[in-house]
Design a protein around this ligand. Structure first.
Ligand SMILES: [Zn+2]
Length: 60
């Protein structure tokens, strides 16, 4: 199941790219993301922020 998009950084070549956060067999575990440049296992750093997403919610 797809949970969202994340910015990922590769610890090997510092390439920053957008990766998908995908659940493994409906558990909390996520699929590891791999750098498109060097195929090393990358680290998720930040969810992709969608500015239009929370427009109607007013959290105080
Ligand atoms: Zn890399």
């Amino acid at each position: 199941m797809l949970r969202g998009e994340y910015y990922c950084i590769c610890p090997a070549c510092w390439h920053v790219f957008k990766g998908l956060d995908i659940e493994v067999d409906a558990t909390v575990k996520s699929m590891p993301v791999h750098c498109p440049k060097c195929r090393a296992e990358a680290v998720k750093v930040l969810p992709v922020i969608r500015l239009f997403h929370d427009k109607e919610k007013n959290h105080k």
